[in-house]
Design a protein around this ligand. Sequence first.
Ligand code: NAD
Length: 421
Amino acid sequence: MPPPGNRSSMSTRAIVKSQFEVAADLIELEDHLRRIFLMPFRTVAVEVPVRLDNGDIGVFRGYRIQHNGARGPCKGGVRYHPDADEQEVLGLATTMTWKTALLDIPFGGAKGGVQVDPRSLSEREYEAVTRSFINRIAIVLGPYRDIPAPDMGTNQQVMAWMLDEFSKRRGYTPASVTGKPVSLGGSLGREEATGRGVSYVMQEYAQDFGIPLEGGRAVIQGFGNVGAHLATFLHEMGTKVIAVSDIDGALYNDRGLDVPALFRHAYRDRRPVPEFSDGDRIENQQLWDIPCDWLIPAALGGVINKEQNVHTVNCKVVVEAANSPVTPIADKILEERGIVVLPDFLVNAGGVVVSYFEWVQNLQQHPWSLDQVNRELLVRMQRSYRNVRDIVKEREVTWRTAAYMIALDRVAEAERLRGHR
Ligand code: NAD
């Protein structure tokens, strides 16, 4: 039986390892560096005990995994999800190393996870899990060591609790966490940065390859931070968002959904997508077969796979807004079918880029305007996109492999220069 949510049984770590090996062979990476990059620098595994509202003590498993810090302090989000086990968190931490290198920001890669369904927690329990988790991992965190941010199941409020817990131990340290509310030192534009960055990459690709966004058709899995903001930017650019889903179900409207109203309903008011009045309710797995130009997974890993849907997806481009949504076999099949896959650590890098801007603003105690944030985000996303596109053309490799080649080269160079005695 495959795991729920259409996910492949292949772990995120196995997906990332297989992708890495293709590029490592092409750039003839030394054996000792392959070995270093296939393992984390440090894994912290903790039990997170919390007093539940019914008086019991709940205990949840948590991880902070630092994959590589050759290019700067480790950086990566914290995910609250029942599937956030060691293999998933390590895969995601590894992807952060490649992402920060590809975008050329001075960070390494890390990720955190707590194996809990946040929807099962009251607000008080949610806060207690966060404080207990930070207490147990604080020893490996810090603005020049490892800086958490939001990911699935966490948000600005969670980052505010993390900052408060960390600052209790070390004094006021805004640069210790990014993705904070603006009133606590967060950056303007951070909340929507990942979705905005995805739209910038799509704009570039649309111009280069003649698949216009205006009038084009997009399908999005996931309507959380990334999916909901991306849908809004696409809608503003004249793209028809014809289907979206969340964990509760999916909605379809061939004329294009009313995105601003859906954003208020599902994102702002946190109500299930399928309870929105406009559009036909469909099953989650039906989403993948809808004919469209842009198919955008923006939720879980491993959702486009051979077992369930890769032979029937019906789009021109798969845009990996989520991390590791396409398995390696599915990747190959999509390539054979002539469907381009724009890879996760290019596409969804907008969040960590603006997290970097937030860290800079905190260290300098000098806030930027929204205009400056978006302008500098655009420059970095465009530059990285064009670097990858040029390698795709020169070396005749996939977009994913090209992105890996650039990132691996940069991290390998840093490792070599730091030296190993
Ligand atoms: P989120 O928790 O805000 O939203 C996740 C969305 O996915 C929700 O709408 C949820 O209902 C939906 N979902 C969960 N399981 C589903 C299922 N089985 N079928 C359909 N929908 C399902 O998370 P997010 O921050 O938007 O992150 C989404 C993805 O983007 C993750 O892969 C994450 O790693 C990646 N990402 C996020 C950021 C960021 O800044 N938040 C940055 C880079 C990458």
